[in-house]
Ligand binder design. Sequence first.
Ligand code: NAD
Length: 299
Amino acid sequence: MPTIAFIGLGNMGLGMASNLAKAGHEVRALDISQEAVHKAVAAGCVAAKNAKDAVAPADVVVTMLPAGQHVKLVYAGEDGVFSYAKAGTLFIDCSTIDVATAREVISEAEAKGFAMIDAPVSGGTAGAAAGTLTFMCGGTEAAYERAKSVLDIMGKNIFHAGDAGNGQVAKIANNMLLAIHMIGTCEAFNLAEKLGLDAQTFYDISSTASGQNWSMTSYCPAPGPVPSSPANNDYKAGFAAAMMLKDLRLAKDAAIAAEAQTPLANRSEALYAEMEALGQDGLDFSAIMRLINGTLPDL
Ligand code: NAD
């Protein structure tokens, strides 16, 4: 069974690494936070002392880091894992990062003779802990096929989106669409209510009419109609507004680079940036409802 190095054991990485250890892999855990490493060890991983100790015995390296700059540093920095990996090591970066950095790091891996894919996820911390994440992968068919048996342990739906970086493209395009239909759904519920239609009645009609969408039927931003949605739990995150803003910023940068027009995404980013400026970006992303209907709590 392949030995796996896992780097970045935060909210997502801890659950993912734990599932790999539970499946019987030796998982060599590395993080700049010792507390994160302790938690991983308690979940069955082995503490690695440094990048060399994590990676040298590994057949597969999985990373789950905050942003592009961390990914670049961990892979290709002076003390980066490329320097310590043995020939034939497979790299899987599951972080959500900018498309350009994902492509650059994968091309550096390939230039050194390694196989690497980008494999960002959706499904949140609950999906990471339960092993039910969706993975969107970019890279060669051969690298994807090798990665699949490892990803299958951490996820339920695994997609090959095409060449290097295409996993990130799928992720940010999807989340851009999610932000847009979430905001549209909030506006519709707010307008209906202001005009005298209660949330449940509007839901019953619109969820079976042409306004129906995932934000409405699985994650309704108006309290009431969908009991499991964060709106019924004081908009406690789920998927924080800060995370959505991060993804919208990645989408904006990618759109500028590709000369793609994204007028609604630009407006969505401005609204989530307002949540950030108000210090409310720790709330769930559906709390944009409260920005729109003017009920954000005082801090
Ligand atoms: P997190 O901040 O909780 O975890 C990141 C971990 O990386 C931290 O433990 C940090 O100490 C570690 N780290 C940072 N730099 C490091 C370095 N140089 N070497 C070793 N470790 C380092 O973040 P998270 O919520 O786990 O998210 C990770 C990634 O997954 C992000 O790209 C995020 O956008 C994406 N994501 C998160 C969610 C979610 O719901 N949290 C959902 C989908 C995707």
